[in-house]
Design a protein around this ligand. Sequence first.
Ligand code: TYD
Ligand code: MG
Length: 432
Amino acid sequence: MEEVVTKNEGDKNEWRQDSGKSKASKPKTLNEIESSGEIRIATPDQELNRVLGGGIVPGSLVLIGGEPGIGKSTLMLQIGLALEKAKVLYVSGEESEQQIKMRSERISLKEKSQAANSHENFYMLAETNTKNIFQAIETLEPNLIIIDSIQTLHSHMLESVAGSIGQVRQCAGELMKFAKETNTPVFLVGHITKDGMLAGPKVLEHMVDTVLQFEGDRHLAYRILRTTKNRFGSTSEIGIYEMLGTGLREVSNPSEILISQKDGLLSGVTIGATIEGNRPLLIEIQSLVSAASYGTAQRTPTGFDQKRLNMLLAVLEKRCGFRVGTQDVFVNMAGGIYVEDPAIDLALCISIISSMQEIPVSDKICFAAEIGLGGELRAVNRIDQRISEAEKLGFKEIYISKFSQKSIDLRKTKIEVKSFGKLTEVFGDLFG
Ligand code: TYD
Ligand code: MG
C-alpha cells in the first residue's frame, strides 16, 4: 500500500485560506437552514437529466466513471458546450487546449445554431495543480466545473504522485468542499474499469453524491450512462447514446437500436420486454447452442448474469427435459446492454431452445416473465408498461405469466396478450 505523506500538517486547509474564505461551520437548527427545495438545472441533454434524476443539483459532486476511450471526455465537453447560459469551466489534465478545441469543433459540426459555435461561456483550462485550479475558479466564478480527469490532479498538500489513492481522495475532497461551500456543481471524470481494476476513483464512490458509469462495447457505437449511486434520485435509470463522428447522439427511442436489423428470421433470436429504470426497453437476445466438443460445456453470457444463466439452464434440463447439459451455450444481449430485469428470463429460455432446435421465433412476438425454479412463469412488475411499449413498436403478440394477467386491462390492448403458467406450455405453443 502507498504511504500518504502530508507536507504541511498545520495547514491542511491552505487552499481555502489562500482565498481568505475558510471559516469553521457553525451548528444550525433545521429552521435556520434555508430549504433549497428541488432546484435542478435541466441540461439540454435529456439522457443526462434522466440519469441525474431530473437535472444537475446545485452543489453536487458527480463522478463519471468509465473505461479509457469510452467517451467520457466527449460527453462532458458536449454537455459543457450545450449549457449556453451557464459559465462552464472545463479543466483538463489529459489533453492540451488545442486538442480540446479540435474535439469541440468536431462536436459543433452537428449543431444547428450559429450562436452555439461561439460558446462564449465555455472556458477551458489545461492544469493539474489544484491550487492553480482554485485560483482560476476564483477569478472566473463558473456555474459548473468539469474535471477531466480526477486521476491527473495533484494537490500540493500531499507528496504522493497524481493518480495515487491519496491524491485522488485529497483532490476530490478539496473539490467537494468547494462544491458544498459555493453551491457549484462539479463533475469529476474518472477512469474506472467495470470490475474496478483501476482502484483510484473507486475510493471516491462513497464521497461523491452521484456516480454515473459510462459503459458499452468500445467497438459498438452504443453507450450507456448508468446511475450506480444517487443521493438525489433513483439508481435504476439509464441514458443511451450513440457515438458518431460528430460526438454523442442521444438515443430517445432505445428499443429501435436494441433490436438488430436482419434479413429473415434466425433461430436463437428473441425479444424481451424489459424495464430499465422508468423506461421500457425491448431488447434482442441472441443465443447460440452447440454440442460441446470436449470437457465441460461452456456457458458464456454477455450482458447477463452467469449464475442466472446457469439456473435457467438447470430449469430447462430438469423441468422441461431439454438436454442442455452437454451443450455449449453463448448468450448475447444486443447493443452491449447489461440486463438485470428478471422479466428477460422467458425470452432468454425461448432463445436458447430456439437455437437448440433450430426453429426461429417470429420477430413479431416478445416476452416478459420471470422463470421460477419449478419452471413456472412468474409475474413481473409494470406489465402494462411493457405491453404498451411492445404494442407501440408494432409487436403482434406478447407472452406473459398468467399471474401478471390480473393487473392488466386486456380490453384496451390491440396486441395479443398470451398468458401461461409454465415454461413447457410456452414451448408447446411456440414449437408445437
Ligand atoms: P473520449 O471522450 O476521449 O474517451 P474517454 O475520455 O472516456 O477516454 O472518446 C474516445 C473515443 O471516441 C475515440 O476513440 C474517438 C471517439 N470519438 C468519436 O467517435 N466521435 C467523436 O465525435 C469524438 C469526439 C470522439
Ligand atoms: Mg478522456
